[in-house]
Ligand binder design. Structure first.
Ligand code: IPE
Ligand code: IPE
Ligand code: MG
Length: 249
């Protein structure tokens, strides 16, 4: 990084005690935000997508290396079809904008976590292409969790290992946490330093179950569409005050 970008980063970093390497966000509260305003829930998702643009740009600016955002869980299919469709349309729009930014030399690397086989073929194709075309980018890595579930991810990894064992290329004794990790959707990505959940809920809702073993949790009462970069700055400051021991003393 050089010149202007460096200057902006230095300016933004002023008074930030630490820049976390990996932040996870459970983008929750879109529906309540809309209902409070007498709007359809999909308006909340739209406002939530805007909040994500603001927050991801901020993360990029201050030098966060990985940002993982929970956009649609394996359980969210239980919602009415028109709400699911509205979320998928927003994903389509996000991919279109990301593609335009990539063409304008954005440094963002994009990854999608989750079982994409259940998504519409055009979405799968766009996601595959985006990952391929941004694979060598050196800026922030944005991991968008879509049709993602922590339990599904671990079962998926176990299935892959079982296949290898059945084929005779892996013995059960070789299965270690390190090996299993190589079969998760997040392979190669460091565990999140902290996970933030807005909207007042204090639960993990099947997000990054394996990877959050030692992540710090930060909760906020603000609904996701109202979430501002300033809220993330506050969370980073709170995180910096936590004492992480990883089982040691
Ligand atoms: C999060 O907002 C977005 C998704 C789960 C897709 P919600 O839609 O869950 O908002 P609330 O929790 O109903 O307010
Ligand atoms: C978690 O939020 C999933 C996402 C933000 C994508 P939910 O709103 O689905 O979680 P619960 O149902 O309140 O636990
Ligand atoms: Mg919710």
């Amino acid at each position: 990084m050089k010149g202007e970008a460096m200057a902006v980063q230095e300016q933004e970093n002023v008074s930030l005690p630490v820049i976390p390497r990996h932040i996870g966000i459970i983008m929750d509260g879109n529906g309540r935000w809309a209902v409070k305003r007498g709007l359809p829930r999909k308006a909340g998702h739209k406002a939530g997508a805007k909040a994500f643009e603001r927050v991801s740009e901020y993360c990029e600016k201050i030098g966060v290396k990985y940002l993982t955002a929970y956009a649609f869980s394996t359980e969210n299919w239980r919602r009415p079809p028109e709400e699911v469709e509205a979320i998928m349309d927003l994903l389509r729009e996000y991919l279109k904008n990301a593609e335009e930014r990539r063409e304008k030399n954005s440094k963002v690397r994009m990854l999608f976590l989750g079982d994409r086989s259940a998504l519409a073929p055009d979405l799968q194709e766009k996601m595959d292409r985006m990952e391929r075309e941004s694979a060598n980018k050196t800026g922030i890595t944005i991991c968008m969790a879509i049709n993602y579930g922590g339990r599904d991810e671990i079962a998926h990894a176990a299935r892959e290992l079982a296949r290898l064992a059945k084929a005779g290329s892996l013995s059960p004794e070789e299965i270690t946490p390190e090996l299993l990790e190589k079969h998760l959707y997040t392979r190669g990505i460091p565990d999140p330093d902290f996970i933030i959940r807005p909207s007042g809920e204090q639960r993990i809702s099947n997000f990054l179950l394996w990877q959050s073993a030692y992540s710090e949790f930060i909760y906020r009462d603000v609904l996701w569409p109202d979430f501002e970069p300033e809220d993330l700055r506050g969370a980073i400051e709170e995180f910096a005050g936590r004492s992480r021991r990883f089982g040691g003393i």
